[in-house]
Design a protein around this ligand. Structure first.
Ligand SMILES: Cc1ncc(COP(=O)(O)O)c(C=O)c1O
Length: 455
């Protein structure tokens, strides 16, 4: 064993001792395996759509270039099909311009490492994705100007904004401060708790402290792309249609929330890979000049561009609406079933985080498809102190439900993460809930025995 292997081995042993060791687990999720996958982000079940597969294969067969793009977008990788897809996305999402990336990770790292400048501020929800942190680590914003606020907590955001404004008013270089931008990084639907950002509330608070021309709000819609809004255009788009939000940062309407940059990713409900950043033409041009993951990496292959075209044909059809409706209905079903089950189970064994805050305007009088008054979430984070044991128990019953432990979630936030897919049957969800009930019974019996043993 080399010195390096020995040292790395020790570090890995440390992880194992803390129960944080990661390794790949391969599961056969074909229908013959008997396993049902509750860990996949394929929220609309598009990866198993026979019609989509057929359309994709047909389109591949009739397209001359189907392999790699052969270079970065700045070299040979800028083809008409890449540009046409960006045009389609700008129109679909009603965005001033759009820029493709090889992944959501690349898009976040690109944006946060290059766009914020040394005199700017960044405030982010404490639960934003690791890619935002990685981007910020290589950004030029000093550490003391990167501030997190408590998850989805408007009061905490307000406290942090007060810090910024107080510092600005006491600073000697007030001219520079006047020009500095305050970036606010949020997700529309958080991937671990499955809860929505109270977006209108947060943006109202931002407006209270920072003038509109000094704001830059970035919303990561990785988990809402394809799932919410008209034909899956996302939550910001839905808020623009129903709640007076503004999608173009150059139109600064007062009194309405504004999102400057949106990240839509293709690895989850869209069933492919890659991402598109929706932003102003200037931000787009800046990224093309300074974003290293974009400049120094081969652009998305033609096969992916073709797949995305085919997926968007589905999203923009009645089938897309049916898939979204089915997902929402399954979400309501599992929430109702779990509420019933968990009302009888002690918190210490199994519980759900508090009911997600619904960020949308009150539409109780008109429940539209575009923006349901109480949208369901396809993600449930079921908190338990022993997620590995629960995951193994569920696997023995035929369900793939993955444990999530620190550092992915904060200590005390250990959980199993349940993800729904539009193609699931109600019966399979009932079976999963029954298995969770069996686990809770076992744990309650164990606790009972412990108490008796002490008597
Ligand atoms: C909120 C969020 N943003 C960004 C990403 C990265 O996206 P991708 O998988 O396309 O790299 C993820 C993926 O897990 C995510 O959950």
């Amino acid at each position: 064993m080399t010195e390096l292997d020995a040292r790395l081995g020790k570090l890995l042993d440390g992880r194992k001792e803390k129960n944080r060791f990661r390794s790949f687990k391969e599961y056969d999720t074909t229908s013959d395996s008997g396993l049902v996958d509750f860990s996949s982000n394929d929220y609309l079940s598009l990866t198993s759509s026979k019609a989509l597969r057929k359309a994709y294969i047909e389109r591949l067969a009739s397209t001359p270039s189907i392999f790699g793009s052969t270079g970065s977008r700045l070299l040979s990788g800028c083809t008409p099909s890449h540009s046409l897809l960006e045009k389609r996305f700008s129109e679909f999402f009603n965005a001033p311009s759009s820029l493709l990336f090889n992944s959501g990770w690349d898009a976040n790292v690109s944006f946060f490492s290059s766009v914020p400048q040394p005199n700017d501020w960044i405030i982010y929800d404490e639960l934003v994705h690791a890619s935002v942190h990685s981007g910020l680590r290589s950004s030029r914003i000093p550490l003391e100007r990167r501030i997190s606020f408590s998850h989805n907590d408007p009061l905490s955001l307000e406290d942090k904004l007060k810090i910024i404004t107080n510092q600005a008013s006491s600073s000697s270089s007030s001219k520079k401060q006047e020009k500095s931008t305050v970036f606010l990084a949020l997700e529309s639907l958080y991937s671990m708790d499955g809860d929505f950002s109270p977006l209108p509330k947060l943006l109202d608070i931002l407006d209270k402290y920072i003038s509109r021309n000094r704001q830059c709000v970035i919303l990561d819609e990785a988990h809402s792309t394809g799932v919410y809004g008209k034909q899956g255009r996302g939550i910001t788009h839905a808020l623009a249609e129903e709640g007076g939000f503004e999608l173009d940062s150059n139109k600064r309407k007062r009194g309405k929330g504004r999102v400057d940059v949106r990240l839509m990713t293709f690895g989850k409900a869209v069933g492919c890979s890659g991402a598109v950043l929706l932003c102003s033409p200037t931000v787009r041009s800046f990224l093309i000049n300074f974003a290293r993951p974009l400049i120094f990496s081969t652009a998305l292959p033609h096969s992916t561009i073709i797949a995305l075209e085919c997926v968007w044909d589905v999203l923009q059809s009645e089938e897309g609406d049916q898939r979204r409706r089915s997902l929402m209905s399954l979400s309501t079903h599992i929430h109702n079933s779990l509420d019933k089950l968990l009302s009888k189970v002690p918190h210490t064994i199994l519980h759900l985080p508090p009911d997600p805050i619904i960020p949308f305007p009150d539409l109780s009088d008109r429940d539209t498809d575009i923006l349901p008054s109480k949208p369901g979430s396809p993600i449930l984070g079921l908190l338990t102190p022993t997620p590995h044991a629960l995951s193994a128990f569920l696997l023995s019953k035929g369900f793939i439900v993955r444990p999530v432990v620190p550092p992915t979630v904060p200590p005390g936030g250990e959980r199993v993460r349940i993800c729904l897919r539009a193609g699931m049957r109600y019966g399979i969800i009932d079976k999963l809930v029954a298995a969770l009930g069996d686990w809770a019974d076992l744990k309650m019996a164990e606790k009972d025995q412990e108490v008796r043993a002490k008597l």
